[in-house]
Design a protein around this ligand. Structure first.
Ligand code: BGC
Length: 441
């Protein structure tokens, strides 16, 4: 066995999560969930949403704002009941211009600038003279005091805009709308994207009780049957990305140390699109620096030394290449990282690293789903539909299958009671559904 092969084998041992370990993680997750609900110390924030699942009868026209981190989207949606809806108009803009003209999500940008930019996008869609109730999907941990009052606890996904943490986000939005001269748009609900994903799928399928995002960030919300805030059903945003009862590798440690918020979002840093590319970069660089990817040139060391050089899309590309000589990876190395020379074993190593990182991510996420299902339905007496959105789940080859496989390993024949579905763009429509639920009360 070559040195590279034995290094990859060691990595495989570190990154593989056995069925027993999945069960152990699920068990710890469930314990953290119960502690958080009881107001005891927990890595799960367990944030109330002040909304429950829709009846499916909600109708009307609503504006929805989807503020996820990378882009901001505004939708004009019409709900027709029984799961039917249409998007009548939409606009999407990056919050950080790829051509470098503006950046509203770094430390030198202010909350005022950020929300003025968002109000500008809303004004593109809202016609003067018409009143629009607006639902806002704000995909960050926020302390919710009512359906329309959420204070940002702290940014995640490496966003650093000043003057927003600790603030009532829809108030900032409302003020920006007034400054922009669109008083006819009224923010009436604010929800997390996991809540939006759950709501959209539940509008169609009443068995939906979990909503999750496996995209740039990671998090899950679920329908708690007995929430402490209303002693009845309420959707809770667990902020599961912050779960930290996990065995970590030296690579996870490195990613965490170099991040904006060391110590926070440990599960997210092991599983989400914002970090999986980074993990692969760090692992590959480590192998390179130990002389284990000997055929790669110094250009490779330079290319792989750039933080955030690899994105979630790059990881998908590495996994997807099934050509005999891994020629797609070779082209990608040239075009993306300017590495003009690589051997098949270098490329195979990159693909293997990507597969290990992606599989670990899917199994960790599945373990948290199992923890939640065990909490709400210990003997698995009911059917559960898990709505998932995000690029990892939608686009990464094998990701969705790995989640399902992990559930089957744990639940056996009863795994058939649990369905997982892609709820594409559910977070945006979910904001419209949240306003519809609120206004029908
Ligand atoms: C945020 C969550 C969000 C998730 C998915 C995480 O970074 O903390 O609030 O739901 O990303 O967008």
């Amino acid at each position: 066995m070559s040195n590279l092969e034995s290094a990859l084998q060691k990595l495989q041992t570190q990154m593989t999560i056995s069925t027993e370990e999945v069960l152990e993680i699920a068990h710890k997750f469930r314990a953290e969930l119960a502690a958080g609900l009881a107001g005891k110390p927990s890595s799960l924030k367990m944030l109330p949403s002040f909304v429950t699942t829709p009846t499916g009868k909600e109708t009307g026209e609503f504006l929805a704002l989807d503020f996820g981190g990378t882009n901001v989207r505004v939708l004009l949606a019409e709900l027709f009941a029984e799961g039917r809806f249409t998007v009548k108009a939409s606009i999407a803009k990056p919050l950080n211009d790829p051509n470098g003209r503006y950046d509203y999500i770094y430390s030198k940008a202010s909350g005022t600038q950020l929300f003025d930019f968002i109000a500008e996008q809303i004004a593109e869609i809202a016609k003067p003279g018409i009143k629009y109730p607006l639902g806002h999907t704000f995909s960050f941990p926020s302390q919710q005091k009512s359906i329309n009052n959420a204070e940002l606890i702290h940014w995640t996904k490496e966003i650093d805009t000043t003057g927003v943490e600790g603030q009532n986000v829809n108030q900032l939005l409302g003020e920006a709308l007034l400054r922009r001269g669109v008083p006819n748009v009224m923010p009436e609900a604010i929800i997390n994207d996991t809540v939006g994903t759950l709501l959209t799928a539940a509008y169609i399928n009443q068995n939906t009780d979990l909503g999750s995002i496996c995209g740039t960030g990671h998090n899950t919300a679920y329908l708690e049957p007995n929430a402490p805030w209303n002693h009845g059903p309420m959707i809770i945003n667990t902020e599961s990305g912050n779960f930290d009862k996990l065995d970590i590798t030296k690579y996870d440690e490195q990613v965490d140390k170099a991040s904006e918020q060391p110590g926070a979002q440990r599960l997210e840093k092991m599983s989400s699109g914002r970090y999986v590319g980074e993990l692969i970069r760090i692992i590959a660089l480590d192998l390179l620096q130990h002389g284990l990817l000997p055929n790669c040139s110094t250009t490779a060391t330079q290319a792989l030394s750039v933080p955030a050089a690899l994105s979630g899309a790059d990881v998908s590309l590495l996994i997807k290449d099934s050509t005999d000589d891994l020629t797609n990876i070779s082209t990608w190395l040239e075009e993306r990282l300017h590495i003009t020379y690589s051997t098949k074993s270098d490329r195979l190593a990159l693909k293997q690293i990507a597969l290990l990182v992606a599989e670990r991510s899917a199994r960790l996420v599945a373990a948290t789903f199992i923890g939640i299902i065990n909490h709400i339905d210990e003997n698995l007496d009911r059917n559960h539909n898990i709505a998932i959105d995000g690029t990892l789940y939608e686009k990464m080859p094998g990701y969705a299958a790995n989640i399902e496989k992990t559930m089957t390993e744990v639940f056996g024949a009863k795994a058939g009671q649990i369905t997982t579905v892609l709820s594409k763009d559910g977070s945006g429509i979910g904001a419209a559904i949240a306003v519809a639920i609120t206004s029908s009360k």
